[in-house]
Structure formats: C-alpha cells, structure tokens
Design a protein around this ligand. Structure first.
Ligand code: ZN
Length: 66
C-alpha cells in the first residue's frame, strides 16, 4: 500500500497503516485533551516511518526548501 507522505509502497497491510482523518475539536474550558468529533477517514494512508519522523519534529518537506 502506498504511503501518501513518501509515495513509497512500503505499508505491508491496512492494519499497519496510519489512516489520516479529519474531524472537529473544541477547546475544553479546563484545558487538556480534546475529543475529535465527527471523525471522517480521508482514505490517505501513511507508513510508520513517516509518522515517527514527523512526531519527532523532523519535517523533510521544510528541509528541502532550505
Ligand atoms: Zn511514508
């Protein structure tokens, strides 16, 4: 399965994919985590490697602009 972030066919199965979703969040008065409401899956899939890179603050798209 193709990762939409790196365009490589490196996702072995649907169960291994990170699925992109959209939805709605609202700030809580007391702060803290928000619940994602009306979650809709966009159909875009990402591989573990890309998710981990972005989670750690690394952004290859921005780097290529330098
Ligand atoms: Zn990827």
């Amino acid at each position: 399965m193709i990762c939409h972030l790196c365009d490589e066919d490196k996702i072995p199965s649907y169960a291994h994919a990170y699925r992109q979703v959209t939805g709605y969040i609202k700030d809580r008065a007391a702060g803290g985590a928000n619940q994602l409401a009306l979650r809709v899956e966009t159909g875009k899939l990402a591989c573990e490697e890309c998710i981990n890179l972005r989670r750690s603050g690394h952004n290859p798209d921005q780097e290529s602009l330098l």
